[in-house]
Write a protein that binds this ligand. Structure first.
Ligand code: F6P
Length: 345
């Protein structure tokens, strides 16, 4: 009898999810004797028994497409005992032999708990934020960095034409990976991340230094989770999701106002928002997602459960899902300090 494997995508969507889904299905055909079933809208689909079969035909033509054909949600089945019980009962009712959970810290946190509670789960690390422990890179990150870098290139030409300071707020939650990589790639004059409280004197000094040097525009990248020294994160909403996350957003405006007030220079703010998560994945993300999908299906075929497939240097490896629960992966000090070489000149 063929084995039945569920696949779901949870949390915020990101480019490359469809590439993974396709890859899991295609690899299952190579191994033979597998039936793949898509669980709709993340863990919500497990609660609602909302599923659909995933055949080779169902995953044709999706490799390059952003979003997820399965839909996603931020549903937390461990929110209370009743939903947890329901999820377990439905896993059995669906006759699943295993489950591939594609997600970030929340989705994979649940995957870890399900493993501890005896279910067969394999995780795949996705998020534009690149903040997952246990892997060098998540897929989706490269695409987000490309989009943010393109935005910075565009902001450069208009900033230069108007002699303005342009602040660009990017996503990343509590980690500054997108800000650091796009800031480096886009030649930002200052990069501000959640890992380092913002020193307004330092930021304004940088802007003045450029002016004194005869350059009358500046580009500042700020991560949505960055905080002014002595202050809390700026929130766009206090509403908590199922995992207790608030919505971050607004630090760009706060920063822009302070820069304009303190320096007197004309300042504008751009918030990139969900544009960073939409559209087609880069070739790099398509390849990484494809490799992760193959590795996840191989893990299942070999009976390796309770693991997350991960990138370690050039290799895709398996690490215990427990690694994800260690906390978030923040930006390396060395990398961030190196970026200062390019500030303010
Ligand atoms: O985790 C990915 C991410 O895009 C974060 O960078 C951002 O803070 C959050 O999701 C936004 O979530 P939502 O789409 O629910 O507003």
């Amino acid at each position: 009898m063929s084995k039945k494997i569920g696949v779901l995508t949870g949390g915020g969507d990101c480019p490359g999810l469809n590439a993974v889904i396709r890859s899991v299905v295609r690899r299952s055909i190579v191994h033979g004797d597998y039936e793949i079933v898509g669980i709709k809208h993340g863990w919500r689909g497990l609660l609602e028994m909302d599923t659909s079969p995933l055949s080779r035909r169902d995953v044709q033509g999706i490799l390059h497409r952003g979003g997820t054909i399965l839909g996603t949600s931020r549903t937390n089945i461990y929110k209370d005992e009743a939903t947890k019980k329901q999820a377990f009962a439905n896993y059995k009712k669906l006759n699943l032999d295993g489950l591939v959970a594609i997600g970030g810290e929340d989705t994979l946190g649940i995957a870890k708990k399900l493993t501890d509670d005896g279910l067969n789960v394999v995780g795949i690390p996705k998020t534009i934020d690149n903040d997952l422990m246990g892997t060098d890179f998540t897929f989706g990150f490269d695409t987000a960095v490309e989009i943010a870098t393109d935005a910075l290139d565009r902001l450069h030409t208009t900033a230069e034409s108007h002699d303005r300071v342009l602040v660009c707020e990017v996503m990343g939650r509590h980690a500054g990976w997108i800000a650091t990589y796009s800031g480096l790639a886009g030649g930002a004059d200052c990069i501000l991340i959640p890992e380092r409280p913002i020193d307004m004197e330092e930021v304004c000094e940088m802007v003045w230094r450029r002016h004194k040097g005869g350059v009358f525009f500046s580009i500042i990248v700020v991560a949505e989770g960055a905080k002014l020294k002595g202050h809390e994160e700026v929130l766009s909403s206090k509403h908590l999701d199922d995992f207790g996350h608030v919505q971050l957003g607004g630090i760009g405006q706060v920063l822009g106002k302070q820069i304009e007030d303190k320096t007197g220079y004309d300042t504008r703010v751009t918030v990139l928002g969900h544009v960073q998560r939409g559209g087609n994945p880069t070739a790099h993300d398509r390849v990484l997602a494809t490799r992760y999908g193959v590795a996840a299906m191989d893990a299942i075929h070999n009976g390796h459960f309770g693991v997350m497939v991960a990138l370690d240097g050039k290799n895709v490896v398996e690490v215990p899902l427990a690694r994800v629960a260690e906390g978030i992966k923040t930006v390396d000090d060395d990398l961030y300090d190196m970026s200062k070489t390019f500030w303010g000149y």
